[in-house]
Design a protein. Structure first.
Ligand code: ATP
Length: 475
């Protein structure tokens, strides 16, 4: 068993009242290649900067070899960072750039020269000592930046999107080179990227993040083959995601059909079902578990990407066989290629208060609602008061309530109304016949909702909720 080198325990980071990393727990073993993977803004860099010591956690502990280093400054940590922008000194040549840290440490000249020579060999730039930085390509400059970081022989190398500025071909080459450098050096690498292919190619362990939280930690194979939830499945590779229900243990129903599966989940549990396009097998129409009509077929080099309509559900298939639009096909899926995972929320829940004009104020908006829910058997007697079954009049203004709004009851509009809650779409997932959106309001509260139409991430929308769908409970 390899020893742990870094442990992050219950890390939370708050900037100006905004939680950007929360409940972050991770163990990194000596010599491991660990990658933080997630969309822009999910907190990858902030977590890396806390490990480096450029930021300090608001809560939680960072342990290095079992000792708490949470408040240790960066220069006292045996850690070096390589950034996306190379941060080289343009007025110094390659040798002086690489030797910079060693000169500061006042090591003997002969030792410095030996170390620089060795490290230039590792990054495959031997003989480049006298070259000026401006004469190097982007890939070569990034290799010098890596050489400058590893020449200090850190225990841990942090790499923040180090290949982000390179073109695709150079990036692919450098991915392989970094991987072989990692094997050669035995240093622990912690790598940040938003590119899932890069993460799967290079890492021993991938940490998938969204919205400041870890969604799943595992080997590339585990993350790809056994995604824990619809977010991970959607983010890693291509997926069909369907809403489903367990018809029995080991039988799941989706696309109006029951399929044997390998998950022992209780009957009637609502689930999300994930099927990779390469796992849908095309058959003759009468031999499939489901039938569909081909909507499109596009040649992608190694395979055809075929979209078929099965009822109102779209199924994406990768197949080596072509199909023609309009053709009827059958589709089969092996039980172990059907991934069943917990379904998303059904209900949005908020803290709210009743206003003087009898509306429910929550999530930055005010909505008409049925106040009689707050007193059994009551009827409305004024804008914000009810008369109970016993004849007593109760003024409800200022009453604190829990507001529940079913996911299926919320819709979005681009028309802003002053009394409606509004926010930006922060993510969405396609679920075969509709999109499942998350909208974050200015009050940092989330609305989850389903819509048929495609909106864009970042769109600013207002949230429409019919009066009869708002469920109120006294606090
Ligand atoms: P990217 O891939 O775009 O760099 P990321 O996943 O690395 O994204 P972070 O850079 O960690 O994300 O940022 C997470 C959130 O924290 C963002 O909303 C960002 O705006 C915010 N944030 C980061 N640094 C600060 C800061 N110093 N002050 C306030 N907010 C910050």
């Amino acid at each position: 068993m390899r020893e742990n080198i870094i442990e992050l325990k219950n890390i939370k980071k708050v900037f100006d009242d905004t939680v950007v990393v929360d409940d972050f727990n991770l163990t990194v073993k000596k010599g491991e290649f660990v990658t933080f993977l997630g969309p822009s803004g999910c907190g990858k860099t902030t977590t890396l900067r806390m490990i480096a010591g450029f930021e300090f956690p608001t809560e939680g502990e960072i342990l290095l070899n079992g000792k708490d280093i949470s408040s240790l400054p960066p220069n006292l940590r045996p850690i070096n960072t390589v950034f996306q922008r190379y941060a080289l000194f343009p007025h110094l040549n390659v040798y002086d750039n690489v030797a910079f840290g060693l000169n500061l440490k006042k090591l003997p000249k002969s030792v410095i020269s030996e170390k620089v020579k060795n490290v230039l060999e590792v990054v495959d730039l031997e003989g480049f000592e006298k070259r000026r930085i401006s004469t190097l390509s982007g890939g070569q400059q990034q290799r010098i930046a890596i050489a400058r970081a590893i020449v200090n022989e850190p225990d841990i190398l942090l790499l923040d999107e180090p290949l982000g500025a390179l073109d695709l071909k150079m990036r692919k080459e450098m991915q392989l080179e970094l991987k072989s450098m990692h094997e050669q050096l035995g240093i622990t690498f912690i790598y940040v990227t938003h590119d899932q292919e890069e993460a799967l190619t290079m890492s021993d362990k991938v940490v998938v993040m969204s919205d400041g939280m870890i969604q799943q930690t595992g080997t590339p194979e585990e993350i790809y083959n056994e995604p824990k939830n619809a977010f991970v499945a959607d983010f890693i590779g291509e997926s069909n995601i369907f809403e489903g229900r367990m018809a029995a243990s080991m039988t799941v129903e989706f696309c109006k059909t029951q399929f044997p599966c390998v998950d022992n989940v209780p009957k009637d549990t609502r689930v999300d079902v994930v099927v990779r396009p390469e796992d849908v097998i095309i058959t003759a129409p009468e031999e499939g578990q489901i039938r569909g009509v081909v909507d499109s077929a596009v040649f992608k080099g190694m395979y055809y990407e075929i979209t078929a309509l099965c009822g109102d559900n779209e199924v994406v298939i990768q197949s080596t066989r072509d199909a023609v639009p309009g053709q009827e096909i059958g589709m089969k899926i092996d039980p172990d290629n059907i991934h069943v995972m917990p379904a998303g929320a059904l209900m949005n829940v908020y803290d709210g208060v009743i206003t003087k004009d009898g509306r429910a104020a929550f999530a930055g908006g005010e909505y008409e609602c049925d106040l009689t829910q707050l007193c059994d058997g009551s009827r409305l007697s004024g804008e914000c008061s009810v008369i109970t079954a016993g004849g007593e009049e109760i003024d409800l203004a200022g009453t604190y309530v829990t507001v529940e709004v079913p996911v299926k009851a919320v819709s979005m509009s681009d028309e802003q109304k002053e009394y409606r809650a509004s926010g930006n779409i922060i993510s969405f997932i396609y679920k075969g016949n509709h999109y499942n959106y998350t909208v974050r309001t200015a009050t940092e509260e989330d609305f989850v909702l389903d819509e048929d139409d495609l909106w864009n991430e970042g769109d600013h929308v207002s949230l429409v909720i019919p009066k009869e769908e708002i469920i109120l409970k006294r606090k």
